[in-house]
Design a protein around this ligand. Sequence first.
Ligand code: ATP
Ligand code: MG
Length: 442
Amino acid sequence: MNLTPKEIVSYLDKYIIGQKSAKKAIAIALRTRYRRMCLSGELQKEITPKNILMIGSTGVGKTEISRRLAKMMSVPFVKVEASKYTEVGFVGRDVESMIRDLVAASIAMVRSEKEEQNRDKIENYVVNKIVEKLVSPLPFGASEEKKEAYLKLLKSMEEKVISGEMDDKIIEIEVQKLQVEFNDSNLPPEMAKVQESFSRIFSQINKEDNKKNVSVKDAKSILKLEASSKLLDMANIQAEALKRAEDGGIVFLDEIDKIAVSQKSQGRNDPSKEGVQRDLLPIVEGSSVTTKYGVINTDHILFIAAGAFHLTKPSDLIPELQGRFPLRVELESLTEETLYQILTQTKNSLLSQYQALLSVEGMELVFEDEAIKAMAKLAHKANETTEDIGARRLHTVLEKVLEEISFDADEYSGEKYIITSELVHKKLDLVVENNDLSRYIL
Ligand SMILES: Nc1ncnc2c1ncn2[C@@H]1O[C@H](COP(=O)(O)OP(=O)(O)OP(=O)(O)O)[C@@H](O)[C@H]1O
Ligand SMILES: [Mg+2]
């Protein structure tokens, strides 16, 4: 994770238009963690991350930023919705489980890295196991000649298994009852341990039933799992994962506005919202959370919270929590120009998605530039006159424009279909002009 802030921003730029200050704040926060890791031990302990609060109305790219970050990150990362948690003592997920999720993500990450490093070993194990099943063993006391022939046979079988020639053959393998992973981080670790021992006992009892007939192809993936848990040092992986989550983990806390309690409507609100906020305090500030892999300290975990704050304001969060998110960034509302850019300049933009979908029917969809401009304009207008739902409006607008073509696509197979601005206006003008209509349709 040693991308410079500029590199991070330019990566995000490919998918998200505008929102410079949010991108910048996040890029700096990420780089700061890298810088911190380069410092001496003592200073390293002192420097805690500055958590970020992203504020911006709906559909302007908050969640999108986090999604893209998650893809890019080589550090443990989880995205969670604040509204999903309940206060300790109530039925539901308690906030500590987000840290357990983070550890689980970290373990998956470290594990797949180790698998990659040991790919040859794992592959060997898998192939050997399968060959064993396909070739019956050499009888005891066979002659030298026989042995030689046998080795040759093994070799050629190995090649066949690797090349996939044997994929359809059925073999019998012992399926280790997958040490059923209880990754349900909802459970407190003590419970998870109990469940694990149960699953271990049951898998012992069921040993007899564990023989299964499967195709070589399926056997490959089943055995791969077995190989990686046999060959890799799980304790080592867990320790490293825990450390990584502790030093570099990021929790993206979406929909944080949903747990704020507005001053005006107090009394009608769910009291447990404030409870969730209070439960969050120690975690955000730094405390120890017990997971089934060990205790993790949350001091250096970075929290990025995001919310639309339509009905509530950041100041409706309890003061202690506000104080724990010192960096505030606002995301701008989308203008007509930004909407146009979102349609034309983002990687895998909506337009290209529709083009790809309809190309399956053999038709080529072409958008005239004027038509795209018209859609951006009308989407913006609809956002202004009814609710501002940001870029999501583009989805409804495009759906409306392409509705008929999508339905009749098979008739246009092999043809080129051009979306003109006339067509866009024909489909949308009436709807956008009429407020009542657009409330329903767009
Ligand atoms: N600035 C932007 N650039 C490119 N695409 C965007 C931008 N803003 C929003 N979008 C697109 O709009 C859709 C909704 O955006 P997103 O999920 O990020 O909204 P949000 O800000 O999280 O809203 P909410 O507060 O309702 O959760 C996504 O498909 C996203 O790709
Ligand atoms: Mg969102």
